[in-house]
Design a protein around this ligand. Structure first.
Ligand SMILES: NC(=O)c1ccc[n+]([C@@H]2O[C@H](COP(=O)([O-])OP(=O)(O)OC[C@H]3O[C@@H](n4cnc5c(N)ncnc54)[C@H](OP(=O)(O)O)[C@@H]3O)[C@@H](O)[C@H]2O)c1
Length: 343
């Protein structure tokens, strides 16, 4: 049985825009014990996802908001420390929606399952390429957007955890993959490692983004895999082909906009191109996660699917680490190493 403390980040105040230190409260509490039908999980790694920013707001969404005073929510990979829940034993490695904390209590709901440990693949892969971000790329592109060989797929937020996988899956489907990302280094990595056919640095091409997309997509855009929103989304819509498909996976440029959220000003393009725009949630595909993760794991193990992880050490730094998602100051899936040498 663990002795010691459970370090936790609680939501103290809802952010108006970027979530600053005033939004959080650090608490140190006793390590919890498992009640009936519960397990106690020692969290090892925690995934910092843009979605967390949405859960900090008090507004209707696909999950209830994090309550004020409640623990911050995140997907974690952890080890079962104590189980009074059928199907889980001490030492099992599990993944699921838990908290920004050393130890989480779960009723078996809310954590997906035991992680099918693959020899040779690190546990953190189950928070990245084999976790919700890799699976978002997989289901969003292959099942919703349904690419056909010869089409052009434009990916925004291309160097991120979702975007970097989308381009590679698009290439495997016989498509031209074009990525929009926020630095020359990220663009170079996308072309060199991920096989993107062309990339655009939206920061240096901010004034002529439409021209840059047209040049990189000489046959127009058939699928726009949208992770960013705002002006980048609008620029892509200008380049859509007839019957183009826009998959709305995320709108990260708008998550901290407060009352100034920007709508789509050129929605007319969807009419002019008889195009389709569709929202997507990876949670809707939960019953097929294991199957898709197994398929992606084979590609990763064979060296045919590349990804990067940016692992920051220390639960205590989670609030400032979280901000990296919004200024792009990370290379790949953003993860916090909670347990250090215990992992
Ligand atoms: N629908 C779903 O089920 C689902 C599931 C997972 C993720 N998502 C969404 O997918 C998107 C990507 O998530 P991720 O986990 O892969 O994150 P990520 O791309 O690894 O990290 C976020 C990146 O977004 C870019 N960014 C941030 N603010 C921006 C802005 N104002 N303008 C332009 N780019 C900006 C930055 O990259 P640069 O350096 O390139 O600017 C940053 O590195 C998010 O919108 C997220 O909400 C949706």
């Amino acid at each position: 049985m663990a002795t010691g403390i459970n370090r936790r980040w609680m939501l103290k105040q809802r952010p108006q825009r970027l979530p600053g230190p005033e939004c959080y409260e650090w608490r140190e509490e006793p390590v919890p014990r498992a009640g009936e039908n519960e397990v106690v999980i020692r969290n090892l790694y925690m995934s910092l996802d843009p979605a967390i920013r949405g859960w900090m707001d008090d507004r209707p969404s696909y999950l209830p908001p994090i309550p004020l005073g409640g623990v911050m929510r995140a997907t974690t990979i952890g080890k079962v420390l104590e189980s009074r829940c059928a199907g889980f034993e001490r030492g099992d490695i599990v993944q699921g929606l838990n908290g920004w904390e050393d130890y989480s209590v779960s009723q078996g709901r809310g954590f997906t399952a035991r992680v099918p440990v693959h020899p040779g693949l690190p546990l953190t892969d189950f928070l990245s390429v084999l976790g919700t971000t890799g699976l978002s790329a997989y289901f969003g592109l292959l099942e919703v957007a349904r690419p056909r060989a010869g089409e052009t797929v434009l990916v925004t937020g291309a160097a991120g955890a979702v975007g970097s996988i989308v381009g590679q899956l698009a290439r495997r489907a016989g498509c031209r993959a074009v990525g929009v990302a926020g630095s020359d280094e990220k663009c170079a990595w996308l072309e060199r490692e991920c096989g993107y056919d062309a990339t655009i640095n939206y920061r240096t091409r901010a004034n002529d983004l439409v021209a840059a997309i047209r040049a990189a997509c000489p046959d127009g855009v058939d699928i726009q895999f949208e992770n960013v929103g705002g002006g980048i989304l609008e620029a892509g819509l200008e380049c859509l082909n007839k019957r183009g498909r826009v998959l709305l996976c995320g709108l990260i440029s708008q998550y901290n906009a407060g009352g100034d959220v920007r709508g789509i000003r050129n929605l007319w393009q969807l009419i002019a191109k008889t195009a389709r725009i569709e929202g997507f949630l990876v949670r809707d595909w939960l019953d097929r996660w294991a199957e898709a993760a197994a398929e992606l794991a084979k590609l990763v193990a064979a060296g045919e699917l590349h990804h990067r992880e940016h692992i920051e050490r220390g639960l205590e730094h989670a609030p400032e680490t979280f901000l990296r998602l919004f200024d792009g100051n990370h290379q790949g899936k953003l993860i916090v190493d909670i347990a250090g040498n215990e992992a």
